[in-house]
Design a binder for this molecule. Structure first.
Ligand code: PXP
Length: 236
């Protein structure tokens, strides 16, 4: 069964909507940990639309589980990541217009920059993963640039319905198998919710699921602990 890591970005989205001091992503993270989350994830975007630099430092100092920092390849962000003390780094693509991370990294296209960033982040003390679509070419390229982990993008699976979802699920299943066969460790996330998480959680070989939006949204109705517990129950 994969571990649940909760992404707290959208607690900060709510706070930034009013430029208030609350709700606090750290307070939310601590309640998630109490309810059984095994790690906390946040994404320090270049545009700082949700998580701020001080959130990363406060999360690092305050949580008891693992901190996974999502970051782009922008130098400003990489420099902060290297000094953050995070336990893990997930490299993601980022564009200013997107509502959320839209697709996986083009690892082959970014090979040169990734071949520098991966050892740099590893030296800073974190396990590095690359956020990629469930595509064997991206997985092969991830292996070549030396990343120990990939995080498989589950967004297409989450958005698909009916037979299309079945196809996307098969793609994920094949990607997990391929990644493991070439020595990559595998996490997954994006768009997962209480309704669609079960099949992904049951795939043998996925170590960690990163789930944010659905848990933050469900916490409005069930409380933070309730939302985490409901998700854990569906993970199995
Ligand atoms: N994994 C990565 C790499 C992401 O960028 C995000 C979104 O920030 C997530 C997981 C979580 O996605 P969601 O908020 O849809 O659960």
């Amino acid at each position: 069964m994969p571990r649940l890591h909760v992404n707290v970005d959208h607690v900060a989205t709510l706070r930034q909507a009013r430029r208030e001091g609350f709700p606090d992503p750290l307070a939310f993270a601590l309640e998630c940990e109490q309810a059984g989350a095994r790690g906390i994830t946040c994404h320090l975007r270049l545009d700082r639309r949700h998580i701020q630099d001080e959130d990363v430092a406060r999360l690092r100092a305050g949580i008891a589980t693992l901190l996974n920092l999502e970051c782009s390849l922008a130098e400003e962000i990489l420099a902060i990541a290297c000094g953050s003390g995070a336990d893990a780094f997930c490299l993601v693509p980022e564009s200013r217009q997107e509502v959320t991370t839209e697709g996986g990294l083009d690892v082959a296209g970014e090979r040169a920059r990734l071949a520098e960033a991966v050892p740099r982040l590893t030296e800073a003390g974190g396990l590095v993963s690359l956020f990629v679509d469930p595509d064997p070419h991206q997985l092969d390229a991830a292996r070549e640039v030396g990343a120990p982990f990939v995080e498989l993008h589950t967004g297409a699976y989450a958005l698909a319905r009916g037979a299309a979802r079945e196809r996307e699920f098969e793609r994920l299943a094949r990607a997990v198998e391929h990644a493991r066969s070439i020595g990559l460790r595998v996490n997954a996330g994006h768009g997962l919710d209480e309704e669609n998480v079960g099949p992904v959680a049951s795939l043998e070989g996925i170590e960690e699921l990163n789930i944010g939006f659905a848990i933050v949204a469900q916490s409005l109705f069930h409380g933070v602990g309730g939302a985490v517990e409901r998700m854990l129950a569906r993970i199995g």
